[in-house]
Each structure stands twice: as C-alpha cells, then as structure tokens.
Design a protein around this ligand. Structure first.
Ligand SMILES: N[C@@H](CCC(=O)N[C@@H](CS)C(=O)NCC(=O)O)C(=O)O
Length: 270
C-alpha cells in the first residue's frame, strides 16, 4: 500500500446530530432512503464482503477506490489510517462515518436481514463470521507477508495446520446444521456470504489452485460456496466489469506484493 503523509486527514465520530437522533433516524429509515458510500482498495481483502452485501441488498450506493496517489497525498480521510470506511447518508442531512470491516459488515448485514431471525442466531452467525475473518488475517500473517526464503515452509504449514483445522472445524459445524449450504438454519446469512467471499479471496492469491483444492475436499464447506454462487441477487455484480476489475487487480496485487524482500523484513525487525 502507498504511505499516507503524517498530516493525514481523519474523520471524527462526533456529529451535528445527537446519538439518540442518529439511532432514531437509522431505526426509522428504510434502506431505500439511505445512500451508502464504501471506500476500499480494488482488491479482495477485508473490505470485499461489504461490496457483496451492498450488491446483494440492491441499495443505492457507490464504491470508491481511492488511487494510491490520492492516498499518499492525504486526500482520503479515515478513522484509523486504513480502509474500508463507510459513509451512510440519510434524511435531515444525517451522515455517519463508519470504520473497521467487521463493524461495517455486521451493520450492513443486520440492515439487510442477514443476521438471522433472533438474537441467538445473530450471535451464532457473528461467531462464524468472526472466525472466517480471522482465517483471512492468518493467511496474511502466516503466508503472504512472509520473507521469500520462508515462503514455501510457511505456506505448507498454513495448509497443514491453520487451514486444515479451519476446514475441519467449519465442516463439523456445517454438517451439524444439516449440510444444507448454510451456517445457521436454512437461510442465507452474513456467515455464508463471508465464507464465499473468502473463497474468492483465496482464488486471487498466487497459490489459488492449491487453496481451492483444499476447500473442495470439505463437502459442507464447499456447499456454502456453491449455494452463494446460486444467489441470483449477486449475478449481475459477479458478471460486471467492475467485479472483474477488482478480481484482476487483486490477482495482480497479491502476485506483486506477497513477495517481501528479505531486507524489508529485516528493517521491520529493527
Ligand atoms: N482493522 C481494519 C484493518 C483494515 C486494513 O488493514 N486495511 C488495509 C488494507 S486491507 C489498509 O487500508 N491499509 C492501508 C495502509 O496501511 O496504508 C479493518 O478490519 O477494517
């Protein structure tokens, strides 16, 4: 990623509306009367499930992908100097800025009916979601950002330990739910979409085939991916030039950036 300047701009969580007013507006306003503006890099990573959620819901939205030049020039206000960030615009000039992928995804999922039918289902869906999210984080730290000389060993270890345990554990829970393509009950949820999104992410890394072959070995896990493939609300999005651009740019990004030069890694340690 490009580096932001020291005086990078920030957005604040303070608003001209009171917290009660924002909560009331959000509770009382239909999704069709909101506008969602998501900013994220043109890659498959922590912000890519939010794109799927917006497309699934068919709400009015824009996806902004700031250029590295704008990022380095300090033209992108964030909360924590990273993306994704989400701006939600509603009636009475209400605008709220949100940060952190997990918060954005669960906020959107709740609005779009993807957090189950009750508090228990919501908690269970968020549990699976969180664990899926964590797999992506571990794939970065354990394989992608590893120094060249350690890459093969690290990847083998990721496959034989982290990914294997993830797949075994998720296969268990999905079989417990009846191996029906869903994590919870028989309804599409954030957990299903997130799993499918992470499979797509793995399809864009340099060792994609190996990773997908592993996923395919687990019947119930793969069934979730296939079930999401059949979600018609996502057809147009997946066929779009925009989606293809994100996909190609992701493949390109991971191919170029997953090789960490030894010296860069040493400098980080010092
Ligand atoms: N905890 C944050 C992490 C977000 C994050 O690491 N974003 C990366 C891209 S995946 C980023 O924007 N990096 C820009 C930079 O480090 O300059 C979240 O889950 O949203």
């Amino acid at each position: 990623m490009a580096v932001q300047p020291a005086n990078r701009p920030k957005f604040s969580f303070q608003s001209k509306h009171s917290s009660q007013a924002i909560s009331a507006i959000l509770a009382e306003t239909d999704n069709k009367d909101l506008f969602f503006s998501l900013s994220y890099w043109e890659i498959a990573a922590v912000g890519s499930t939010a794109r799927d959620l917006l497309e699934y819901a068919g709400v009015k939205h824009e996806k902004l992908a700031p250029s590295y030049a704008d990022w380095s020039a300090g033209k992108v206000p964030t909360a924590f100097s990273v993306m994704p960030i989400l701006k939600v615009k509603g009636p009475d000039g209400m605008e709220i800025d949100m940060a952190e992928s997990e918060v954005i995804d669960t906020f959107l999922a709740e609005r779009f009916g993807l957090l189950g039918n009750n508090a228990w289902e919501s908690m269970t869906i968020r549990t699976f979601y969180s664990n899926i999210h964590y797999l992506r984080e571990r794939s970065y730290t354990e394989t992608l950002w590893v120094v060249d000389s350690e890459k093969k060993k690290a990847k083998d270890q990721f496959f034989s330990s982290t990914l294997r345990k993830f797949l075994e554990d998720h296969e268990f829970h999905l079989q417990e739910n009846g191996c029906n393509g869903h994590y919870v009950g028989d309804k599409l949820s954030l957990a299903d979409l997130h799993l499918s999104n992470i499979v797509h992410f793995f399809s864009t890394v340099p060792w994609a085939k190996e990773a997908l072959d592993e996923f395919k070995k687990y019947e119930a896990v793969w069934k979730v991916k296939e079930m999401v493939d059949g979600v018609r609300q996502l057809d147009a999005w997946r066929a779009s030039a925009e989606f293809k651009r994100y996909e190609e740019s992701s493949i390109d990004y991971y191919a170029k950036n997953c090789t960490v030069p030894e010296d860069a890694a040493k400098a980080k340690e010092e």
